[in-house]
Design a protein around this ligand. Structure first.
Ligand SMILES: Cc1ncc(COP(=O)(O)O)c(C=O)c1O
Length: 426
């Protein structure tokens, strides 16, 4: 087959884009080279429906070992009894978990998308809001912190089967014990979707959801710095509460229901090339090197928040405990959309984001979300956060000045030359 130079040229251009830019999308990161390498291997050719030792296809003796290693390593990271590493993405992990726990029409309670929640936590445009009856809690207007009283009140009045915590744009730690307390009152399950802060939770920099939440889902490509994908975890397995029995009349465990909900419930063959990359990333997370990395992520986020506040940027909740912050730009008279598009011209990449109680549409928004996992992987330290904030501020304070944008773009490029990305690649 002739080499597809059209696509490979575009791949080269994307690598150059990543090298030159300041990557501040909170959900992105740069994997190690070995994580990327694993995804471009012969494992992509293998069908392996089922689970290690229980496959529907022959020739699975090698991928069984790989998948088992991924399972064992992630269980070690989070000290938990159960792991399913097959979900193709975070959304797939949530879909499968909900399929295991809920019936169509059951009630769920999650953080409102417009307050920092995720689409899969009940949004009407997502399966979670179409299949299940979704109710929402929010954050408090004055503090930007989760409104636990509202969560408790909704839980008591609506009695959802599943309470979901975790967020896409929330910079503070979560009181899992408090959520579990009200869940126990109404016999609800608690799911923590730790997709964003998982890397910080892995190393004890934030409270652990595992003690209090029945189920934990995550993506593997954000602060965990692995390949794009999802996982489902449980601290302890337990008997399913639905009375489902196997042909011999035995009650099945929750782990069985979740495995069945992933495959054959919501997916077909697992992506063993991605599962190999997950196993490698999990191995990396178990090292001291990752501990230093994720500590630096938290330090950098705090340094960045401080630098923004010093320039009169309004950070929701006043700061951050994790790897990201949400900035309300209304006092600067700039929309999130305009900020994102203009910063993009200078190769500073982030996303517009609704802020709590936003008066603008989700396509425009009043805010931006800024995260440091990717620039920390590039090697930046606290002092560099000041430089990044200065570059952003130079754009946002002269938003229509094309000459200024061009100058900042050059400065971004020379700044990023100090932090090489994949020098092994041409
Ligand atoms: C909290 C949360 N859950 C789930 C997802 C979905 O992950 P994916 O994009 O891999 O489907 C995201 C992605 O941004 C997320 O932030």
């Amino acid at each position: 087959m002739q080499k597809d130079t059209v696509i490979f040229d575009l791949i080269d251009k994307e690598l150059e884009r990543q090298r030159h830019g300041i990557e501040l999308i909170a959900s992105e990161n740069f994997t190690s080279l070995q994580v990327m390498e694993a995804m471009g291997t012969s494992l992509t050719n293998k069908y392996a429906e089922g689970y290690p030792g229980k496959r529907y296809y022959g020739g699975c003796e090698i991928v069984d070992q790989i998948e088992q290693l991924a399972i064992d390593r992630v269980k070690q990271i989070f000290n938990c009894a159960y792991a399913n590493v097959q979900p193709h993405s975070g959304a797939q992990a949530n879909a499968a978990l909900m399929m295991a726990v809920l019936k169509a029409g059951d009630k769920i309670l999650g953080l409102d998308l417009s307050m920092g929640g995720h689409l899969t936590h009940g949004s009407p445009v997502n399966f979670s809001g179409k299949l299940y009856k979704a109710f929402f809690y929010g954050v408090k207007k004055d503090t930007g912190l989760i409104d636990y009283e509202m969560l408790e009140e909704k839980a008591r009045t609506e009695k959802p089967v599943l309470i979901i915590c975790g967020a896409s744009a929330y910079s503070r730690d979560i009181d899992y014990a408090r959520i579990r307390k009200v869940a126990d009152e109404i016999n609800a399950f608690v799911l923590c979707d730790m997709a964003h802060p998982a890397g910080l939770i892995a190393k004890g920099l934030l409270s652990s959801p595992f003690e209090h939440c029945h189920f934990v889902t995550s993506t593997t490509h954000k602060t965990l710095r692995g390949p794009r994908g999802g996982i489902i975890l449980m601290k302890t397995d337990f008997e399913n509460p639905f009375g489902l029995k196997d042909p011999k009349g035995n009650v099945r465990m929750m782990s069985h229901l979740i495995d069945m909900a992933v495959f054959p419930g919501t997916q077909g063959g697992p992506l063993e090339h991605v599962i190999a990359a997950k196993a490698i990333a999990f191995g990396e997370i178990l090292t001291d090197e990752f501990t230093s990395y994720i500590n630096q992520v938290q330090l950098n986020a705090q340094a960045m928040a401080k630098a923004f506040v010093a320039k009169d940027y309004h950070i929701i909740s006043g700061g951050t405990d994790n790897h990201l912050m949400l900035i309300d730009l209304r006092n600067k008279n700039i929309t999130g959309k305009k900020a994102q598009e203009t910063l993009d011209k200078a190769h500073i990449t982030l996303n517009k984001n609704a802020v709590p109680f936003d008066d603008k549409s989700p396509f425009v928004t009043s805010g931006i979300r800024v995260g440091v996992p990717a620039i920390t992987t590039r090697g930046m330290k606290e002092a560099d956060m000041q430089t990044v904030v200065d570059l952003i501020d130079r754009i946002l304070t002269n938003i229509d000045d094309e000459k200024n944008i061009a100058t900042v773009k050059e400065d971004v490029k020379s700044f990023m030359n100090q932090f090489p990305l994949y020098p092994e690649l041409k």
